[in-house]
Each structure stands twice: as structure tokens, then as C-alpha cells.
Design a protein around this ligand. Structure first.
Ligand code: MN
Length: 498
């Protein structure tokens, strides 16, 4: 399950026209090549940027869009109008383009060459108005796109392209992706439900249910040698509590957990699934609820969410792809309990077991404790704290007439004290703009208790992602106030009922 973003391509397409003559077009092509190569080689941009020959006619524009649609590794197009490219020529191509588009509003020359500037220079370096013509047609056609304005060597500009490219990689990953749902939804829970048919139409991934017996059958094929090896790996990687060590009274439970992990991974590999969800209400034939298995499979890149929550499982997977190669991690998360101390208000996030070790601060402990629900043997789990720093929580909810992607910017903080009796991985954070407004806004927006917690993605990355999907995006951030926020939700209601 390696995620290699460099094998994905973003095509760099420059628009022009024949009006300017051969010499100017040669310069346009050479400048575009230079920019495309610089983006490709930039350490900030994780995907390959591929130069495409300048498009000068409606036919050439249509052809490159058509080619991009079917090119397997092409995840999007960066379009730039170095010169003026009359935008009626773009209508046909933009109408059929199915890949995300970034409109790069840049200019080859950073500075005005004060002493030498003449009309030749002006005619070549005219993206300031060429890109306005292109922007108009995309607005006129009501097309979602990312607009990045700035010089192509500017760090901030490269950072914006990086975020968009990562969103495009996540979006590309969803197309045709398969997610396995073991059992159904946790009984009577509302927010984890949703329209799987609509999700497949809108998002491109499918979710199908598998009987827990199908999984148990695969788990039962796992041999002792593989279990020995994985149990050894646990011992090498984590701090095992004494009861789980060889000779300890619960050593067999560790072996059971390893067997479940190997069985789950085999099932997912055989079916080419990119993630899964399970529920503690349907574990017939399983020794324990998967704890360490779900945690470690998430760390390998699989999407996961508990209680049948396929929307969050798929989101976790997309965000893992988007964050690939960056410092920090992405994990399934649940808002669990609050610290309402007036001087320091905090949310404690956790789950009954399944938090991804990619967000762990230091070496996790591997522990075993009873689980009050589910009626199975004590599950093995990794227990750890999560480091301080900026983060986001993201949630996709099904509003009936549309999907909403809700994001809250937060700042994670280290636990104030040790939590010796808490048998699960946990993270503490402060929501923006503050505890009261942040939590109230989340509730008003119908945000789920399940989220993907990210240490390495930004709210803007998620906004790009939502726009690629063509779904509603709602941000709770530093500027949020409830009066405006309620209005935004009302206005969105009208917009999406069009
Ligand atoms: Mn839950």
C-alpha cells in the first residue's frame, strides 16, 4: 500500500494564439518549459509536472483536454496564459475536461526591466490581461478551479500549488476506489449513515458490505509462522505491557490480535480495497474487536472509521494520500470529552481503540484492557499521546440533498497531566476561533463526532478537495463568528438547491 505521488502527473498547459508570430511562440514555449521544469524539480511539489506544447487553437485545446481525461496518471492541469489566448477557443475543451484545473496566474519575468522594456516585452509578458480573459470564461461557465496568483519562483506560490496537487492526488485516488464495510451501520446512529449510491456518483468510490464470516474465513487461514513474525515485530516496535510479553498471562491475546491484523490485511489486499469500516455490534466469530490491527493498517495508508462509518473511512484514506511524504500524520478521530476549565478549555479526542499511530508522539505502548461493549475478549491496542501543534478536523456529512465537507482549524496541545488510567490513544486540542464558537458552529453545521484529524494538511487543501468534488465546503476557523456562520449555512442551502 505504498503511496507514490511522484508517479502522478500534473500537465502544464500554456495557452496562446497564432497572432504573435513564430518567434514569440518559440519564446512562449521555452519560458513554459522553464517554469514546468522548475515546478517539477521543486522540493515543495510532490507530483511530476509535465510540460505540454503551447495550445494555440480550439482544436489543440480540445485535444489536450481529451487526452488529459483518459491519461491514467494525469491528475490535473495547470493552465497559464503567457500571452493572450482568446477564451472562446477554450469553451469546447473546458466543457469536456474532467480533471481538476489550477489556473496559474503568473508571469515569466518577476520584475519590470525598467531600462529596456518596450512593446515586444509587453506583448510577450501579458498574462496580467491574458489570464483575465481565461478567468472570465471559467467564471462564465461556472467551473470550479483553483486560482494561484504569484511569481512561479515565490515560496508561497509554490506552497499553494503543492496543496492543490495534493488535493488532486487524493481526488484521483478516490476514482474507482473500493472500501469494504464489515457489518452494517451501528444500530440507530444517524450521522454515519448516508447515500452510498450518491457517494459513488459524486466521489467515484464504492462501498460494499461483506459479512464478518467472510473476514473470519480469511483470518482462519493465517498460519503460526506469520503470527510469530508479527508478534515479534510488535515487541520490537512498541513498549509491550508485561502481560502481553511471551510467557505473560495474556500473550495469547496478542497472538489473536496479530492474526486479526494479518487476516484483515490479506482480505484488503485480495480485494484491492483502500480502506474499511467495522462495527463492534457485528463481530461474530472474531476473538476481539480489531484495535491494533485498525491502528496499524491506518498507518500503512488504509482508510478506517468505526461503527460502519464509510464516509469517514474514505476521507481518512484521501487525506492520507494528500499528506503522503509530509511530516506528521492523519487519523480517524472522535470528539470524546471536554475540559471546560475557564482558563484553558480543551477537547479530548480519542476513540475506543482505533487512533492511527502516524500521529503518535514517541513510541506507543501496546496494552490490553477490557472493552465494556461488544461482548468480546479484551482487545489489544496502542496507547499514546499526540504532540502539540496546528491541526485540522474534517468531516463529511450527508445533508440529504448534498454532501458537506466541514473543517475546523484547531491547535493540539500536550496533555496537562499524565493520564495513567486512560487505556486509549488520545489528543487534546483547542478549536478555533475559541471553544464556544468552534463547538457551536460544528453542531450547527451537523458535523459528525467522527472526523479525520490531520497534522499535515491545511483547511485550504481540504477546500481545494471539496471544489474538485463539487460539494459544499464549510470552514470553522480563526475568523468564524456565529452570526455570519448561520447565514452562510442558510445561503448554501439555497445555492445547493439550485
Ligand atoms: Mn465512534
Amino acid at each position: 500500500m505504498t503511496i507514490d505521488l511522484k508517479k502522478l502527473e500534473v500537465w502544464f498547459v500554456t495557452g496562446s494564439q497564432h497572432l504573435y508570430g513564430e518567434e514569440t511562440l518559440l519564446q512562449v514555449a521555452s519560458h513554459s518549459q522553464t517554469i514546468a521544469a522548475a515546478l517539477h524539480e521543486s522540493a515543495q511539489i510532490p507530483v511530476s509536472v509535465v510540460f505540454k506544447p503551447t495550445v494555440k487553437t480550439a482544436e489543440e485545446i480540445y485535444a489536450v483536454c481529451q487526452e488529459a481525461n483518459v491519461a491514467k496518471n494525469c491528475i490535473g492541469i495547470i493552465a497559464w496564459m503567457h500571452t493572450f489566448s482568446p477564451a472562446k477557443m477554450w469553451i469546447g475543451g473546458l466543457k469536456i475536461l474532467q480533471k481538476p484545473l489550477l489556473h496559474f496566474h503568473t508571469q515569466f519575468n518577476r520584475d519590470i526591466p525598467w531600462s529596456t522594456i518596450d512593446m515586444d516585452f509587453m506583448n510577450l509578458n501579458q498574462s496580467a490581461h491574458g489570464d483575465r480573459e481565461f478567468g472570465f470564461i471559467m467564471s462564465r461557465m461556472r467551473l470550479n478551479r483553483k486560482v494561484v496568483a504569484g511569481h512561479w519562483q515565490d515560496e508561497q506560490t509554490l506552497g499553494k500549488i503543492n496543496g492543490w496537487a495534493r488535493a488532486a492526488a487524493g481526488w484521483n485516488d478516490w476514482q474507482g476506489a473500493k472500501f469494504a464495510r464489515f457489518g452494517d451501520n451501528m444500530r440507530n446512529v444517524a450521522v454515519t449513515e448516508g447515500d452510498k449510491v450518491e457517494a459513488e456518483i459524486k466521489f467515484g468510490y464504492s462501498v460494499n458490505t461483506y459479512g464478518i464470516g467472510d473476514l473470519v474465513k480469511v483470518i482462519d487461514t493465517i498460519g503460526d509462522k506469520a503470527i510469530d513474525d508479527l508478534v515479534q515485530k510488535y515487541a520490537d516496535t512498541y513498549q509491550l505491557v508485561s502481560s502481553l510479553q511471551k510467557g505473560g498471562e495474556q500473550y495469547q491475546s496478542l497472538r489473536d490480535a496479530a492474526k486479526i491484523e494479518l487476516g484483515l490485511q490479506t482480505f484488503l489486499e485480495n480485494g484491492q480495497f483502500k480502506g474499511f469500516t467495522d462495527t463492534f455490534e457485528d463481530l461474530y466469530g472474531m476473538a476481539q474487536l480489531p484495535g491494533i490491527a485498525a491502528q496499524r493498517l491506518m498507518a500503512k495508508g488504509y482508510g478506517f472509521a468505526g461503527e460502519g462509518d464509510w464516509k469517514t473511512a474514505a476521507l481518512v484514506r484521501a487525506m492520507k494520500v494528500m499528506g503522503s511524504g509530509l511530516k506528521g500524520g492523519n487519523s480517524f478521530m472522535e470528539d470524546y470529552t471536554y475540559h471546560f476549565n475557564p482558563d484553558n478549555k480543551l477537547v479530548l479526542g480519542s476513540h475506543m481503540l482505533e487512533i492511527c499511530e502516524s500521529i503518535a508522539d514517541g513510541k506507543p505502548n501496546c496494552e490490553i484492557h477490557p472493552l465494556g461493549i461488544g461482548g468480546k475478549a479484551d482487545p489489544v491496542r496502542l496507547v499514546f499521546n499526540v504532540g502539540a501543534g496546528p491541526a485540522i478536523n474534517a468531516s463529511v456529512v450527508d445533508m440529504g440533498n448534498r454532501f458537506r465537507l466541514l473543517v475546523n482549524e484547531v491547535v493540539a496541545v500536550a496533555p496537562l497531566q499524565s493520564l495513567p488510567k486512560l487505556p486509549v490513544a488520545r489528543v487534546l486540542w483547542k478549536p478555533y476561533p475559541n471553544m464556544h464558537t468552534g463547538c457551536a458552529a460544528w453542531i450547527l453545521a451537523g458535523g459528525a463526532h467522527h472526523t479525520c484529524f490531520s497534522q499535515n494538511l491545511t483547511a485550504e487543501d481540504l477546500q481545494d478537495f471539496a471544489e474538485m468534488a463539487g460539494i459544499e465546503y464549510v470552514l470553522i476557523g480563526k475568523e468564524t463568528n456565529l452570526y455570519q456562520f448561520k447565514n452562510e449555512l442558510r445561503w448554501n442551502e439555497a445555492y445547493f438547491n439550485k
